[in-house]
Design a protein. Structure first.
Length: 145
């Protein structure tokens, strides 16, 4: 049995980290801890650098730019990958034009890699998901204008 003091320590670790899910087991009992989904938009605007050496992190534009446009949402629950491999460039980046049917990311679910495609033509104005992190069903991944 995992004692309350230890459980509280693990909850604090989860809250203070970028982890979304944590499972604890003492051999007989297993406890599953998960952060609630609080929205994918970064709370403060950040500087957007269009060129990237690797997969992207979550970025956004100022609030007035966020209000315009549509989002590309996750069709399934899984792990978001911005690029086809860790050493590859991301499929899309902020400022890039996409056409309907273009692959914008991969979501891994149950060991299957699912290519997510743009539903309409437009320009990526924000990347709303973080590479390598769990995304929920219908969670906004990209903002497109």
């Amino acid at each position: 049995m995992i004692d309350i003091a230890t459980l509280k320590e693990y909850i604090k670790v989860l809250e203070d980290s970028s982890l979304q899910v944590m499972e604890l087991s003492d051999g007989t009992d297993t406890i599953h801890l998960e952060k609630p989904y609080a929205g994918a938009v970064v709370s403060q605007p950040v500087t957007v650098v269009p060129e990237s050496d690797g997969p992207t992190a979550a970025v956004s534009l100022p609030k007035d730019a966020e209000a315009a446009g549509k989002t590309i949402n996750a069709p399934i629950v899984g792990v978001f990958y911005a690029a086809p491999s860790p050493d590859s460039n991301p499929y899309v980046s902020v400022g890039q034009r996409v056409s309907k049917g273009d692959t914008v990311c991969i979501i891994e679910a149950m060991k299957c890699m699912n290519e997510i495609q743009a539903e309409a033509d437009g320009v990526i104005t924000a990347v709303l998901a973080t590479n390598g992190e769990l995304v929920e069903y219908d969670q906004p991944l990209f903002r497109v204008q």
